[in-house]
Structure formats: structure tokens, C-alpha cells
Ligand binder design. Sequence first.
Ligand code: UDP
Length: 382
Amino acid sequence: MRIAIIGAGFSGSVIARELAERGYEIELFESRPHLAGNCHTARDPETGVMLHVYGPHIFHTSNEQVWAYIQKFGAFMPFINRVKAHAKGRVYSLPVNLMTINQLFGKQLSPATAREFIASLGDKSITDPQTFEEQALRFVGREIYEAFFRGYTRKQWGVEPSALPASILKRLPVRFDYDDNYYTSKYQGIPVKGYTAIIERMLDHPGIKIHLATAFTRARAQDFGHVFYSGPIDSWFDYAEGQLGYRTLDFKLSRHNGDYQGNAVINYCDEDVPWTRIAEHKHFAPWEQHEKTIISREHSRLCGKDDTPYYPLRLVNDKALLERYVARARAEQGVTFVGRLGTYRYLDMHVTIEEALNTARVFVDTADGDGKMPAFCVDPLA
Ligand code: UDP
């Protein structure tokens, strides 16, 4: 059976590989001129540094199966993301940990006394926090919220933190020890040759035919036994219900001699600084040596129709729209919607891979998409 896969990010590439290995004939359509979606990496010709073209991607997972799987397609080097923050004229350690708390309040607290102190700052009148702001005020109090979260979040999302779901803040831990690893996952690393090399290896299979710089139109779906679509769900339906809200990013690149900021990522939490963070890409590959350096300043803004969608907004009106698109998708025959854009969810790479492996398994188990393959293997509305 011929299968069309739209999009060569992790979702599309994992499904392509898994189904090709089971004997399916895969045609992969990618509208961009390169593989790997927003994980795409490329050497900057001027500095020789491996550039994370669509912003920093640090691979982390606690899922043994996902970690073993990704390493089949290329070697990883250990990398721990230790983010710093510029806030109110000082430099702090992130995520909020014992160092940050002691720095911000000028104290020498122990884990136990810090826990008590932060609990005393939390707003206990908030019993069931629903929004980003309520979650922050409840658990860390106003000082930490205003120093690190309020300004950054307003810049990043373009709306008041009181309009955002608490789930966004729940991505970040608050620690009462000196652990400054940004992630809590068991495994963390960066591919030695970059993400695009990983995807190239994944797609290097005789059963997979790749069409780069090729948009797929809905009308072509009938030529295939099944379609896996990892593009924006609203775009599949020609925005018939309206446009789902996304944030896009502009990266302002500049090159310098030596070491620009001494770290891979520095967040800028104050609202009067227009960018949210600066990434210095050579620090994502500390095993390499480069005399020059390239940095990217990230500026967030509302995504227009011709911009690259990054972060799904999922505000109240987006959720209502999404419900209508999901209903349309469920009525569609022979198409499965996958990944961040296909299901309109904020997904990390490891979750995307896990879900893609599962989707391929469901397809094989439902016997070749005999009509029983669902439009979604995860519920986008959950
Ligand atoms: N955030 C913040 N201040 C920071 C870092 C993060 O307020 O210094 C908030 C912000 O709303 C952000 C969210 O926490 O969108 C999740 O942060 P994360 O670093 O996971 O974002 P990503 O790396 O996915 O852009």
C-alpha cells in the first residue's frame, strides 16, 4: 500500500521509517527545502558552528524506549541545559532553585527553610489554580513571579499570564536544592552531527521516497491508501473555520569573535528588553572548537498566515475553533493528524517521537488502515 506522509519533522519521519520497515511504500512530502522541521540544524558557513536554525533544541526524555530509538540514528553527546536569567539588573540561575531563591532574597536558606519561606510567600487564597498567573502566585509568590515569569511570559505569549493555562508554567520545576539542570529527564543530550543528520539516517530506507520543497494538496490524498498529516490542522481544511492562534519567532542572528555570553541560553525576563532569550549556538556542542561565535536573539510575535508556526496559543477562542476542526478531521476518511501542528499541542521532541511510534503501531495493528485507523491517536482536546 502507498502511504503519503506530510512533513519531515520527527512525527512524519518516525512514522515513515516504522512503516517502511514493515514493507509499506512511503512518499514523504515536505514543503520546506530541508528535512527535520523546526529541529533543523545546519553549519553556519562563516563560523563553522552548528546552528539550530529554528531555535535551540535540547533532547531530553525519561522514556527508555525513545532514548534507545533515537540513538539508532546517530550518536548523542551528553549535554545539560543550565539556563541563566537576566532580571532586574542581575544574573540569576534558572530554573528557580535554591541558588535563585538565595540570590533574589539575599539569604542563605537551606532546602528546608527555603521550602518554608517560599510556602509563606504563596497566595493561599488560590485553592485551585487554573491560569499561569494563579499557578505562579499560589506556589512561588509575587516576587519570584514578577522577577522571572511575568515579563518573559507577556513577551513570549503576547497575552496576560492570567489568560494562559497553568500547564505552561508546570513545564518548569521549582527546586529547593542547587540542581540547575533545566530539565528533570533521566536522559539529555545533543546529536553530535545535529538533528538533520538524525532525520536523514531515519529516512534512509529503500521504501521511502522524499519530495522536498513540495506542498501536498488535499486532492492528492485519494492517490494513497492512507495519509499521515503533520502540518497545521487548520491549513488542511483551508482555514474554513478560521485560523488557529500560534506564536512565531524571529531570530536575529549576529556573529562575534570568541565567547559572546559564556553559556548556551540566557533568558531575558525584563519586559523592557524586546527579546526573550539569546542562544549562543557553539555552546550546544562543547565538544567542538570554534574561534568565532554565532548568536540568535529570539523575538516572539503573533503568527501570520505566511509565518512559521511555533507555539500553539490555545486560548479560549482557539479551543472552540479546534473543536470544529477536530470534528471535521474525524469525518475525513483515510487521514491521520499527528504531531504538534496536526494536533495543535505544545509538544517536546521526545513526546512527539513516542506518539509517532505509537501511531505507526496502531496503523499496523488496525490492519492497513481498513477504515478503522482513527483521525487521531491522541485526543487534541484533552
Ligand atoms: N518562562 C518564564 N520565564 C523564563 C522561562 C520560561 O516565564 O525565564 C515561562 C514562559 O511562559 C515559557 C514557559 O515558562 O513560555 C515554558 O518555558 P520553556 O523554557 O519550557 O519554553 P520553551 O523552551 O519551550 O520555549
